[in-house]
Design a protein around this ligand. Sequence first.
Ligand code: NDP
Ligand code: OXD
Length: 309
Amino acid sequence: MAILFRSTPAATARWRPLLGELMPEHEFRFWPEIGDPAAIEYAMVWQPPPGLLASLPNLRLICGLGAGIDHLLRDPELPRHVPILRLVDPYMTDAMSEYVALQVLRLHRQDLDYLAQQRAQIWEEREQKNGAERPVGILGFGTLGQDAGRKLHALGFPVAGWSRTAKEIAGFATYAGADGLDALLAKSEILVCLLPLTAATESILNAGLFARLPRGAGLVNAGRGGHLVEADLIPALDAGRLSGAVLDVVREEPLPAGHPFWSHPRIIVTPHIAAETHPPTAAAIIRDAIRRFAAGQPVANLVDPAQGY
Ligand code: NDP
Ligand code: OXD
């Protein structure tokens, strides 16, 4: 019985030494050297090439190496009968909350304006609110959204969360569904997207949505590039409808050279690093899940492909 590992070359180099040590009972096959496909029962994968998983006739469990599974579901040949485990790692959750707190604070404290002033050697105060006066809305109030929400709340921001199904969570205003979205947008001076990319959330960040936010709202997208209609962003910023946007994810990654997002003064781009998979913690989580699965015990964080996340 073997486990297939497939990720980027850089990630593979970081995982490789850990895997043999943590799971000596398994033989690892590192893509593209997969050997006899029939021997592979488990796959640990990030962005597998289309058809790779379908070529493994005895595959029992697909372990995604990220929190999102859109990279798996876009494979038209994905073997739909094989269960999918997504990665839920408190280390990554902390990382995402750090990122969200940083970027929300940058937007809240007018960091883009002060950086521009510094470049122009302008020493000038700007009017500043407190966090308690800056409502933040989080689209996607799941594992990552709720943790980020708690940490923003601890910093003093009023936080509201939007999810697919209704929730009651002490300390937060919560909204669900299309009607709930309008109510959340109406009061979100900073909007954070931590949604999974699904048919229902694709292109959700568009001109129509920006128009429902308070004028001059800030945007942080750390969900997926496919959430944003890229052509709508710069016009919204240039018109003052939005005051700034932080993008950790974009439709084409890496962001192509010369793309207008690189140089727009009111856009901050980071290279999909908000919450990177952390092999030392992730490997132990996946090892435990595989052991439970192999023993026929219940496994947490198996996803429903029909739901899309
Ligand atoms: P979860 O599944 O825990 O949470 C997803 C949340 O989105 C849930 O609250 C869910 O609602 C909500 N949601 C899903 N579909 C809809 C919809 N149609 N309308 C409203 N709400 C919806 O996922 P995580 O928090 O772990 O991760 C979220 C995403 O973050 C990942 O899918 C990935 O795209 C992105 N990510 C980005 C990273 C980065 O480095 N930039 C790193 C890790 C993840 P409900 O609670 O009702 O199910
Ligand atoms: C993830 C990611 O989904 O890193 O984990 O984007």
